[in-house]
Write a new protein. Sequence first.
Length: 490
Amino acid sequence: MKIDKLLTKRKYMHGLQCPKYLWVTFGSPKLIPEPDIVAGYRINERKLVGELVQQLYPGGIEVPIEDFASHIEQTRAFIKQRKLIFGAGILVDNIYSQIDILKPVDNDLWDIIDIKNATDIKSHYIAEISFQKFCCERAGLKIRKCCIAYINNGYVRQGGLDPHGMFKIEDITANVNIDTENIQKEIEEMVKIIHEKECPKITISQHCKDPDECLLKGHCWEFLPINNVFELTRGGKKSFELFARGICEIKDIPDGFKLTEKQLIQKKCVLTNSVHISKEDIKNFINSLLYPLYYLDFESYMTAIPRFDGTKPYQQIPFQFSIHIVKDKDGEIEHRSFLADGIDDPRKKLVTSLISVLGDKGSVVVYSSFEKTRLRELAEAFPEHKAEIDSIVGRIVDLFAPFQDFQYYNSEQKGSASIKAVLPAITGKGYKDMEISDGQVASISYLNVTFGKVSDEEKAKTRKELEKYCCLDTKGMVWIGEKLKELIAA
Ligand code: SF4
């Protein structure tokens, strides 16, 4: 069955975000980047969550999707037989929607249950279900209720998984009914757009990130020059206001325009082509460090479905650390690391190893509040180590602070104080050419080689890359610390 220009639920959502995005999905789909490892992981996780929710609805029949024509036909047959259907495919004219769970209820009525990998109900979910309800009603089904099954973040796993505890089901029929009033008109508009020969002229705006970052952002935002107004730290609406007034570059922001202190520093750096350094503040920061210095970084993963007893959905599970130890001012450096192996809860081994490496004196230097939060969680999970972990937390110094406070600012950071922006800006070194170059990819790679079916060779290779990535995070912090010292000595 080949249907020309099918408006699916996903495409309808694209259309609500931006007509240009909708048009491109039909008219120029090559512009949309291929799904990356993160997208692939999310699809798989959604599938696992879906299977768990289905356990709450015994007797349901899954409709395979591989052959679209039979997917539609089988759904129609099951509807006639009033079966409980998982993954029902509803096609009316050129409009198609897949329904996670379509449940027959009293008389000839049906309930729609949409499954979400989320711990709360976001407003755009209403529009998604409205589309599903619209398709069902156009196909002649009478819908009684529309519900969302989502994750209960208060659920703590003990033994086997309990889908009754892990999910909440909320009736959102009233909200959906309000939303569906305009849907016919919206769909007509969208059908018109997808049949246009030319792409609609849409300028960038806040909708590029709302409700999710648009996959075409790299393409549509490419025209912006360096030092553009969207690089203003916490620019938000202000950046869009400037852009709407035709001001694209930071250097062109009029003197009277209200900027924050940090934004004024950015403007000064661009206009004078210089780096901002507040020597006195940086000196105070450097002087607050007590040797030996332990530069610490964790990697962690979080999964919707908790893997271990005592853990919750989306709880961060640290599985790796890297520590660079700078023993004294002359700079003798040692590297220590931990990378969990095996499918058991890695936290206990990580904690004991960490405590033995960090000893009981010297500053523990981190970048952001992430490590402190993880340590507090570990202290709660392993009360027998609480005193030692609390003492480590008390030794933490955050290297992010001087950059967050703009004690140092370099336009190459593009308004960001993250280590990924600061490291190349201040040292010229960075994460380019690394096979694993961000935390999200690190955690997915770890999950793949630890819990997935991969060859020993692939596992060994990925673990080496993980070691390399985490090591660079702490080595990078050492380089940044050294650079700060050089700057105040100059
Ligand atoms: S990046 Fe923005 S303008 Fe471009 S298609 Fe996406 S939402 Fe539309």
